[in-house]
Design a protein around this ligand. Structure first.
Ligand SMILES: [Zn+2]
Length: 289
């Protein structure tokens, strides 16, 4: 008879929570520098220098992934009650240096930086006014998402879980000349309706988040989603979606990650309403812009 040997007792491995980079910039409310010398000191402070480097890094990643061409695209980061870092005008996002980053107030007036800020920062600033939780914005012209914008097509919902959790429904803002108050107002409205990623018709994409990496991830998510939907549509077979219960699970997951989703109060039928998207391919129902 063999004696039953008990398995040697080993301590369960300790599994640490992932260490995520803390990219959120925090400031003390009501303490924005206002005197020119104080602004200059703040603009050259160590935490701001880190942010400028990070903006250059994100710019490189956008350019390498062909999300921008020429001098397209721009980035901003909120660094105070009324202070925002922004990329300069007419510069390739792939080759920025920290010296090219500018500081503006909430009206777009430049407060620091050697080079003129991008005119498109007015559009970015509208997002901060519409969504006080916005801490950074990212604008680019990635090919597939911009193709949806040219077609005036809001991407369908319920096709890929990651897009539902990290983007929610992608928004659509009507066309206005870039850099104008009209475009800023249209994008601000879309952000107010709860869209974290907004297609600007006949132009490109703008996303926002809790820090610049987060805003940029939403740009990647948007482009990947649009690219996948585009390729799936060319296969010719009907496109599948998840069901309403599965969709609610994803919306709850999204909420648990701190992202509000206005869809949570909607009826099941409205949750997966892709009639506008599919209607655009039907000559009988397609509406002319
Ligand atoms: Zn643009």
């Amino acid at each position: 008879m063999s004696e039953k040997k008990s398995a040697p007792k080993t301590a369960a491995p300790k599994i640490a929570a992932p260490i995520l980079p803390d990219y959120v910039f925090r400031w003390t409310a009501g303490k924005d520098p206002t005197a020119p010398a104080a602004i200059a000191k703040f603009f050259d402070s160590a935490p701001i220098r880190v942010l400028k480097e990070r903006m250059c890094d994100i710019g490189r990643r956008m350019w390498q992934r062909e999300y921008t061409d020429g001098n397209g695209g721009n980035l901003t980061v909120r660094v105070g009650d009324n202070l925002f870092l922004t990329t300069q005008t007419l510069i390739s996002k792939g080759f920025m240096t920290p010296e090219t980053i500018a500081l503006v107030d909430g009206t777009g007036q430049q407060l620091a930086g050697k080079f003129k800020r991008t005119s498109e920062c007015l559009t970015h600033l509208a997002i901060y006014r519409a969504q006080p939780s916005a801490r950074a914005t990212c604008h680019a012209h990635p090919v597939h998402a911009t193709a949806f914008a040219v077609a005036g097509l809001q991407p369908p919902v319920g096709m890929i879980p990651e897009a539902e959790v990290f983007l929610g429904k992608i928004g659509l803002a009507p066309y206005f000349t870039p850099g104008t108050p009209e475009l800023a107002a249209a994008v601000g409205d879309a952000a107010k309706r709860g869209h974290y990623s907004i297609l600007m018709v006949n132009h490109g994409v703008i996303t926002w988040g809790e820090h610049i990496e987060d805003a940029y991830w939403k740009m990647e998510n948007t482009e990947s989603y649009c690219k996948t939907v585009y390729i799936a549509k060319t296969l010719g077979a009907p496109l599948g979606t998840i069901n309403a219960t599965q969709m609610r699970d994803l919306i709850n997951l999204r909420k648990s990650l701190g992202m509000a989703d206005p869809r949570e109060t909607r009826a099941d039928k409205q949750l997966l309403d892709n009639s506008e998207f599919f209607g655009a391919f039907n000559p009988k129902t397609a509406s002319k812009r």
